[in-house]
Design a protein around this ligand. Structure first.
Ligand SMILES: [Zn+2]
Length: 259
């Protein structure tokens, strides 16, 4: 890789080191997760100060120091700030879940992941709060598909039996796949015992997931099953996001009131 290079990117996370330097983790469609340093970005006059915060997106101009094996941000052409996301607490936490999922579990195709994240943020930026909830569900579902971790929506992962029309399946915390009521045991109710979450997914919720496989993100976010089916689906998807991460996600815990 050339010492000087450029890439498109979205900032996922910052950390401060020293007095004024900013560590920046960004997602690039070519390089996946990149860890870079914006020197002086926390100083009052740092030119990179406001354009290297989480959700800033554009072209990054980078320098790879072969001796330190470190990457420095020399400049950034920030073209998207996503003000609409920053202005809404619900959207902010929705985006935070997306960012944290990528940060903690990225390992797939960088270009597809970047495209999903940027597409989701663009729609989230200008949408209604109702659509924001669907975009959260859609992001998680599509991300699970990219990661090869999306459950079969039409058959039980225990016995393999295909569900009949109108029949739902059951999500069980930590178990791979969705299950028929028989394989899910008698634990059809939600959260029967502490720490063991089960969620009943209606035929409408499962049909929505299946439908969304064949249409664009934008179109999928326009549709939704009935409100109680969607509420259960969103709950199961948030659990699935944590299952994929192998532990709790801070954004889900902190944002539980608004997600
Ligand atoms: Zn079964």
């Amino acid at each position: 890789m050339a010492r000087n290079f450029r890439t498109e990117g979205i900032v996922l996370k910052n950390n401060r080191f020293g007095e004024i330097h900013k560590g920046v983790i960004l997602l690039s469609p070519e390089h996946g997760l990149l860890s870079a340093v914006a020197y002086g970005a926390y100083s009052a006059k740092g030119k990179l100060r406001s354009i290297t915060n989480p959700l800033c997106a554009g072209t990054f101009f980078l320098y790879r120091d072969p001796v330190k094996d470190a990457i420095k941000i020399t400049d950034m052409d920030c073209r998207e700030f996503f003000e609409g996301i920053r202005a809404s607490i619900g959207k902010f936490f929705t985006a935070a879940v997306c960012r944290e999922m990528v940060l903690k579990t990225f390992g797939g195709d960088a270009e597809e992941t970047f495209s999903l994240l940027r597409g989701s943020l663009r729609l989230l930026d200008g949408c209604t709060e109702e659509t924001a909830a669907r975009l959260l569900a859609q992001f998680i579902w599509r991300y699970l598909e990219l990661a090869g971790a999306s459950p079969d929506t039409d058959a039980c992962s225990g016995c393999g039996r295909r569900r009949a029309e109108g029949e739902g399946l059951v999500y069980r915390r930590g178990a791979a796949g969705f299950f028929c009521p028989h394989c899910a045991g008698d634990s059809g109710g939600e959260d029967r015992t502490q720490g063991f979450g089960t969620v009943n997914l209606s035929a409408g919720a499962l049909g929505y997931l299946r439908y969304s496989r064949g249409v664009s993100l934008e179109k999928a976010a326009e549709a939704a099953p009935d409100a109680s089916s969607f509420a259960a689906l969103k709950k199961a998807l948030l659990f699935l996001a944590e299952d994929l991460a192998g532990g709790p996600l801070n954004s889900i815990r902190t944002g539980s009131e608004v997600l």
